[in-house]
Design a protein around this ligand. Sequence first.
Ligand code: GDG
Length: 505
Amino acid sequence: LDDTLSVLENWDLIVVSNRQPYRHTFDDNDEIAVDRPAGGLTAGLDPVVQQTDGTWVAWGDGDADREATDDANSVRVPPEDPAYTLKRVWLSESDVADYYYGFSNRVLWPLSHSLENKVTFEDRHWERYREVNQQFADSVVDSVATDDGSVGTETDDSNSLVWFQDYHFGLAPQFVREEVGDEALLSHFWHIPWPEREVFRDCPHQTELLRGLLANDLLGFHIPDYCANFLDCVATILPEAAVDWESWTVEREGHECRVRSFPMGVDTERIAEYAAAPDEGFWAEFRAEYGIPEDQAVAVGIDRLDYTKGIPERLAAIEHLLETEPNWLGEFTYVQKATPSRTEIPEYRELGRQVDRDIERINERFGTDDWQPIIEIEDYLTEEALYGLCRHSDLAIVSPLADGMNLVAMEYVSAQIDHTGVLLLSDRAGADDLLGDAAVTIDPTDTETFASRLDLALSMPDEERQRRMRALRSVVATTNIQSWMADVFDATLALEQQVDTTETD
Ligand code: GDG
């Protein structure tokens, strides 16, 4: 990453994401406080934007954000040692309802995960998604620097590289391109799957979305399957676009967009440090706090409470195991860390109720006075507690029905500094491409086989656990958040060099 950073320093980097890296809120004394929303991507990207003195454009969702920004909606961050500009886009309540909860999370999210029965279309969601994408695009255009100052308000000599994050910005690249032409390199990373064309065809706005994304110079997905699905959609839906299947390039109206896979990783070293940080008493205290009995195997699941994560399917497999293999009764505890998410959406509230009902039923059915098979933790855990829990759990269950990558699988492996845990991983997670060989693989919807794999994992001899964990750890050590960022930036910058070479030839 260091080499990439030294090249990036000659560029104006503009990152665009829905969530902001710093959020101003009023504390109990009505003083302005700053919090840093946790998350691998924000934590990883922040130092890069700092080092390059770039710009970060994001939704200003903190209640004190307006007070903490100047007239131009900008604030220098980090507050203690300002190094770059954070530009806020202001969204009204109805913007958030229709753009964020509406089109982004009730259409694109379920559709991309091929869960069509969770999709709810409303025309006003789409209209607002368009408008908010235009708002973000306007903010980006304003920051794009050009040689003659004809675009935007900045006038220095360096070129701009815009990096869009995720499915909230399916249209913004085209809106930016219309204003800046070739004055900026546009790169986009889509963090969730891209579905097969039979599924994507259900989207009434399919052509607009494909055109919006093809305005990028580079479009990245986690794994090759999603790239292939995207290219297939373009080839069958957009008559005016030409797909080159050799180079994964799409040519449309004289513009080329490369499509490539960049499997994302986590900050392995930082996680290992957190896992090692707590003192000796940590695990005993943690067990006591949450009522996890001593001397028992612990299986863990860490998820946002989202219907893509396969939590009910996992609970069904545990129930099946306890029913068919009673020797496991009282022998292990499953800890479900479930972080409430998007609770404004009815399907998420219903999932929360279903998970509570399932856990209650299983505990009533099999629990005893001193043992509950399942413990649910809804508290937000600090990174030390979260990765301490990962380090000490004998087993992690990651069972999504679909998942762009799934960082929890990689975080569990990174925290396994004693090499004693087993990873059970859904073959439908993007992470399966990287970790599937050494993990115990499951199909989350096949309850019987899932239960038998759980049995296998719980009884796995130490030697095999260690062998598999070492193999998993060597993958996460090399495919990490730093290498991921370097790969994306290198691939984006290489496009510029190709353009330059052609010109000099
Ligand atoms: C999207 C894609 C893709 C959860 N509870 C706590 C906590 N977490 C953290 C986890 C992990 C993160 O939340 C969840 O990340 P995932 O990757 O599993 O899932 P999504 O939020 O759906 O992310 C996904 C990702 O984007 C990146 O491209 O991998 O496929 O869906 O980091 O650790 N963190 C702390 N306390 C908690 O209680 N500290």
